[in-house]
Ligand binder design. Structure first.
Ligand SMILES: Nc1nc2c(ncn2[C@@H]2O[C@H](COP(=O)(O)OP(=O)(O)OP(=O)(O)O)[C@@H](O)[C@H]2O)c(=O)[nH]1
Ligand SMILES: [K+]
Ligand SMILES: [Mg+2]
Length: 370
């Protein structure tokens, strides 16, 4: 209990100290200290569970999503609806005790969905098999945060537990490198209008006994928290969105109220669904597909018709080189050029190289040396 009290005390002090030039080093030190205590409790434990019985699931398909929510919000009901799996459901908490996978096929993509036990307050510290559950969440490509219409406030608790578990949601990884050196103190290189100053950086790293290092920070909105994250080094950056289940149980007016509340709080419209009745399930599938960032590529063998039946599913940002890797291990070496019909090129049948980034619905011919 001692450590948890320490944590609350430091959190209170951070909250009650106004950030300015005079206090910035002190706050930085507190944040670094807090992260260290939390990590000692959370991360070591997560590493030590290493799967656990019923918790190691092999990834499969073109992407893996995980349904995170309090007990009985309807995670298993939703998994079954989306994938035809048969995860046990029940009107009591902790019906699901292990990880149950299912496979959803949507727009040609095969998406693995993981149903997990309910997450509760204190999960990051290990409550309710929290460590095992979080170890699974950390491996996902996308998190669907599921609430229900009666407990939308729980979403706050979930966000906090995920944060305490080193999971950063809907945020690109800050561009920070910390390279330890043998001497010379802390040297700070800043690219762009970085606001963090040398004294703050020194205070934060010093809390972790890093006295000598070359630090490179790029980007104007890098914060103390980002630097602490980079120092701790075990953070994971995952996209996520919110869905609210069981809308069949409330009136239209009540539904609007919940929607409004979520919009104000998180700045986005939650997807209002009923896993039971199948309401807005297609919208949810679309959101999953969009957030995973898939593009469909149609291959056209040289001199033949394109295969418009079965697209190749790639992640957004993929290049011709990525496609070559998928096709055959020799294709990159043998590559001459590719031809593209679609939105990624100015005119149809344009020739491109390995580094060209493809877009959804592109038709691609790869031409190799003989
Ligand atoms: N009315 C209504 N009931 C639902 C809906 N989705 C799930 N339920 C019910 O809510 C209860 C809990 O559903 P589960 O799917 O077991 O919930 P869970 O989140 O998997 O629960 P745990 O595994 O215990 O964490 C069951 O009685 C379901 O029938 C829905 O959209 N509408
Ligand atoms: K349940
Ligand atoms: Mg369940």
């Amino acid at each position: 209990m001692g450590l948890e009290e320490d944590i609350r005390a430091i959190e209170d002090e951070i909250k009650n100290t106004k950030y300015n030039k005079a206090t910035s080093q002190h706050i930085g030190r507190l944040k670094a200290k807090l992260a260290k205590i939390k990590d000692d409790m959370v991360m070591r434990a997560i590493k030590s569970v290493g799967g656990g019985e019923g918790f190691s699931v092999k990834k499969s398909g073109d992407g893996t999503i995980v349904l995170v929510g309090f007990p009985s919000v309807g995670k298993s009901t939703l998994l079954n609806k989306l994938t035809g799996a048969q995860s046990e459901t029940g009107s009591y908490a902790f019906t699901t005790l292990t990880v149950v996978p299912g496979l959803m096929e949507y727009k040609g993509a095969k998406i693995q969905i993981l149903d997990i036990p309910g997450l509760i307050a204190g999960a990051a510290m290990g409550k309710g098999r929290g460590k095992e559950v979080i170890a699974v969440v950390r491996t996902a490509d996308l998190i669907v945060i599921l609430g229900d219409v009666f407990n939308a406030v729980h979403v706050d608790v979930l966000m906090r537990e995920l944060y305490d578990s080193g999971i950063r949601i809907n945020k690109p990884k800050p561009d920070i490198t910390i390279k330890r050196t043998g001497g010379g103190g802390i040297r700070l290189n800043r690219v762009g209008a970085v606001k963090l100053g040398l004294e703050e950086v020194r205070a934060i790293l010093g809390e972790n006994k890093i006295m000598n290092a070359d630090v490179l920070i790029r980007g104007s909105n890098v914060t103390q928290d980002d630097l602490v994250d980079a120092m701790q080094g075990n953070r994971i950056y995952i996209p996520a969105f919110i869905a609210i289940n069981k809308v069949d149980l409330i009136s239209d007016a009540q539904r609007k109220e919940v929607e409004e509340h979520m919009r104000e709080k998180y700045g986005v419209d939650p997807i209002m669904i009923s896993a039971h009745k199948g309401y807005h399930i297609e919208e949810l599938q679309d959101a999953i597909y969009e957030h995973l960032g898939f593009v469909r590529i149609y291959m056209k063998p040289y001199g033949e018709e394109a295969d418009m039946e079965e697209p190749m599913i790639m992640r957004k940002g993929s290049t011709i080189e990525d496609i070559c890797h998928r096709l055959h291990r020799d294709f990159v070496d043998q590559f001459r050029y590719a031809k593209i019909w679609g939105t990624s090129v100015k005119h149809d049948a344009a020739k491109v190289g390995l580094k060209h980034v493809v877009e959804d619905n592109d038709i691609v011919t790869v031409v190799t040396k003989l």
